[in-house]
Design a protein around this ligand. Structure first.
Ligand SMILES: Cc1ncc(C[n+]2csc(CCOP(=O)(O)OP(=O)(O)O)c2C)c(N)n1
Ligand SMILES: [Mg+2]
Length: 317
């Protein structure tokens, strides 16, 4: 599979999974809140296509895209959303806590900014063990307002960690626009004050994102003292903050903001570059995989009541 086909397959798969979540959600069988990444998938795919299996990614509560892009098990994800025992967190975590240690998709959390120091801890472990693996901390523009973000920037630079910070800047934290929350100045400039090299991708282009991550990752693998680095990807959330609907009627953002981002949607753009038979093959394979995963999740057993207190401490893993 060439690069365009791989990128398209991954983008299409994430988009269709989330569209399927949105379609079945009104049945109320998925009891987990869902934060969809529709329109933002290219950030996760651009990043993960530049990573190796042994590199790790840490996400947020909006992590369907990064979990799948990193190679996380689809069946275990859907089972998790349905609260089933076969889910990646045994049905106890839901959509906000997707984790697949086999591919180093090392989790999301409902608490803004909380996985950024986890990524630094993991990167520190790699540094001590002298591997060439790198960590990616993926977070939103709201995470920039948390103290732990700055603490982690400091520690990562102090220890020269193999860590790439990626801010997925969709300009809003729930219903609050960036300008109402942050003092003037570009995010990358604020990070620059720490002496961390950064790059900004303004248009959400998947190839630019991929190139930037490949370059940063390559530099960190070659030189253990090269990191950390910071990448800001501007992007736009098409759906409401949490849930499956649209929210332009609330008036906190104008609908006119959406169309320029839809016009440069990486999924549609890539679809237009592929031969029709290639595109059709990819789409039918992925559609079948997704239909099977949802059908199987609906039939999978729930955890036993006794599972409530299991896997709380490490000896239960
Ligand atoms: C520490 C903390 N503060 C506040 C919240 C409430 N909260 C949940 S999501 C969110 C918005 C975060 O926005 P951003 O980081 O830009 O991510 P996005 O949802 O846009 O992907 C907030 C404030 C929280 N979950 N954790
Ligand atoms: Mg945001």
């Amino acid at each position: 599979m060439n690069k365009e086909e791989r990128f398209y397959r991954s983008l299409y798969r994430i988009r269709r999974v989330e569209e399927t979540v949105a379609r079945v959600y009104p049945d109320d069988k998925i009891r987990s809140p869902v934060h969809l990444s529709i329109g933002q998938e290219q950030v996760s795919v651009g990043i993960c296509e530049a990573l190796r299996r042994d590199d790790a990614i840490f996400g947020t509560y909006r992590s369907h895209a990064s979990y799948l892009a990193k190679g996380g098990d689809l069946q275990k994800m859907i089972d998790e959303l349905y609260g089933r025992d076969s889910g990646c967190c045994r049905g106890k975590g839901g959509s906000m806590h997707l984790v697949d240690p086999a591919v180093h998709a090392l989790g999301g959390s409902a608490i803004v900014s909380s996985t950024i120091p986890h990524a630094a801890g993991w990167a520190y472990g790699q540094k001590i063990r002298k591997t060439s693996n790198i960590a990616v901390a993926l977070f939103g523009d709201g995470a920039i307002e948390e103290g732990v973000f700055y603490e982690t920037l400091n520690f990562a630079l102090l220890k020269r960690l193999p860590l790439l910070f990626v801010c997925e800047n969709n300009f809003y934290a729930i219903h609050s626009p960036l300008a109402s929350r942050q003092a003037p100045g570009e995010i990358a400039e604020k990070v620059g004050a720490f002496g961390i090299e950064s790059q900004v991708i303004e248009d959400g282009d998947i190839f630019r994102i991929h190139d930037a991550v490949s370059t940063f990752a390559g530099r960190m693998r070659e030189d253990p003292a090269a990191g950390p680095f910071f990448l800001e990807c501007k992007i736009y959330r098409w759906k409401e903050h949490v849930g499956i609907g649209e929210d332009f009627q609330f008036g906190y953002r104008p609908e006119s903001e959406l169309s320029p981002w839809q016009e440069r949607d990486s999924l549609t753009r890539l679809a237009d570059t592929l031969p029709p038979e290639t595109r059709q093959r990819i789409e039918s394979e992925v559609d079948e995989e997704i239909a099977c995963a949802f059908a199987q999740a609906e039939k999978a057993p729930y955890p036993e009541d006794s599972a409530l207190t299991e896997h709380v401490f490490q000896n239960h893993v």
